[in-house]
Design a protein around this ligand. Structure first.
Ligand code: GLN
Length: 384
């Protein structure tokens, strides 16, 4: 439709997300999809039955704005057991309509025009645009190009009186690294005696490999007191389309976050919340996830052993980076297109996770797929 109106874009340089673009290309070329971090296998039937049961029991209207009480209680208990800190279910736990919503509500509630927000690149693609939409300034600090660790001296140097927030994400999408004890100590040191809020994206909290522990901000009281933790049921229960997650924060911060949440979505899907109360009653439903995904990581690694790709270690998340620079000088986005067209397998170019398009000759592989897909995907990657 023609319109004389100017859209006057707030994000003129932003296009459609890479996940959508690659997903469409994959479909067009009938390529196997190792790109999006979304499982291609079914969730537990009991969970699906739980939703159906809740719908039949009449739980089809608005949930309370902060989430149903039973779910907030069970989440508070879970976090206290795992990480040793108590969040008051009535004021410090909120059920959100996806981690994406939680990120948006948090940044929108707490970041003012002119504030600076430090985050690390490569990064999940929504952080910087959300910051910009507040009239604030995203400050990207690059992870090291070899092993994708945080250089904390650079973080110290980047902090100014305008720094309002630091966004962290461990396990990390897209690089699959996790925070170490030393990272946590440095994070404490750089934020001590400041009023910086930490926004911690912990959607892969239950996908940590080789017996390592997940450093939730909730594990460290000093950090928990200044943190907003955002997590997601989508990743932990193989239901990324259900769009339900949760947010934890000290009451004073949560109070502000709820003011945005209530006007953005009001509340999260009701029947799903009832189903998650039942699912969370069995801790194995999330405690078994690391082992489940470690098997998939190891399978994909094994299948790519004799390929020309150099695989970087995956310490957590659904992802693994693969370097192709030793056998091709192509731009990573061209290489990914060639993989889709010729090898019929879809991946994500790492440059998509940088605002300046940094290209180190790396692609991101997602192993949140059934074993047959991983085996066939690896075969196609080997064929390039
Ligand atoms: N978090 C997922 C990924 O990184 C998908 C995100 C999305 O599609 N918006 O692949």
């Amino acid at each position: 439709m023609q319109s004389a109106l100017q859209a006057r874009s707030k994000l003129p340089d932003v296009g459609t997300t890479i996940f959508t673009v690659i997903g469409q290309l994959a479909a067009e070329h009938n390529a196997l999809n190792l790109s999006q971090g979304a499982p291609n296998f079914a969730p537990d039937e009991a969970l699906v039955d739980g939703v159906t049961k809740a719908m039949r029991a009449g739980h089809n209207q608005y949930a309370p704005m902060a989430g149903i009480g039973a779910l907030r209680a069970v989440l508070s208990a879970k976090v206290e057991t795992l990480y040793g800190v108590h969040y008051d279910p009535s004021t410090e736990v909120t059920v959100i309509a996806s981690a994406s919503e939680g990120l948006y509500s948090t940044i929108s509630a707490l970041v003012h025009p002119g504030d600076e927000v430090i985050y690390f690149e490569p990064s999940f693609d929504s952080y910087a645009p959300i910051v910009r939409l507040q009239g604030a300034k995203p400050i990207a600090i690059k992870l090291s190009s070899q092993d994708f660790r945080v250089n904390w001296d650079e973080v110290s140097a980047a902090i100014t009186p305008k720094t309002r927030m630091i966004i962290v994400n461990s396990p990390h999408n897209p690089t699959a690294t996790i925070f170490s004890d030393a990272d946590i100590e440095r994070l404490k040191a750089v934020t001590r005696n400041t009023d910086i809020v930490i926004l911690s994206d912990e959607v892969y909290e239950h996908v940590v490999f080789d017996g390592a522990k997940h450093h939730s901000m909730a594990r460290h009281r000093e950090l928990a007191e200044r943190s907003v933790i955002v997590s997601s049921f989508g990743k932990s229960y193989h239901v990324t389309g259900w769009r339900v997650g949760y947010c934890l924060a000290p009451a004073a911060l949560m109070d502000e976050i709820r003011k945005v949440h209530q006007f953005m979505v009001f509340s999260a899907d009701t029947p799903m919340q009832y189903a998650f109360v039942e699912a969370l009653a069995n801790p194995q439903s999330y405690l078994g996830l690391s082992e489940f995904y470690q098997h998939k990581r190891d399978l994909l690694t094994r299948e790519l052993r004799d390929s020309p790709f150099e695989l970087l270690p995956s310490e957590g998340s659904f992802f693994m980076l693969a370097r192709f620079r030793s056998f091709s000088d192509e731009k990573d986005s061209d290489f990914v297109l060639r993989l889709i067209r010729d090898a019929k397998v879809a991946t994500i170019p790492l440059s998509a996770f940088y605002t300046d398009g940094t290209d180190g000759g790396l692609i991101r592989l997602s192993f949140s797929k059934d074993d047959d897909t991983l085996i066939e995907g690896a075969r196609r990657l080997r064929s390039i």
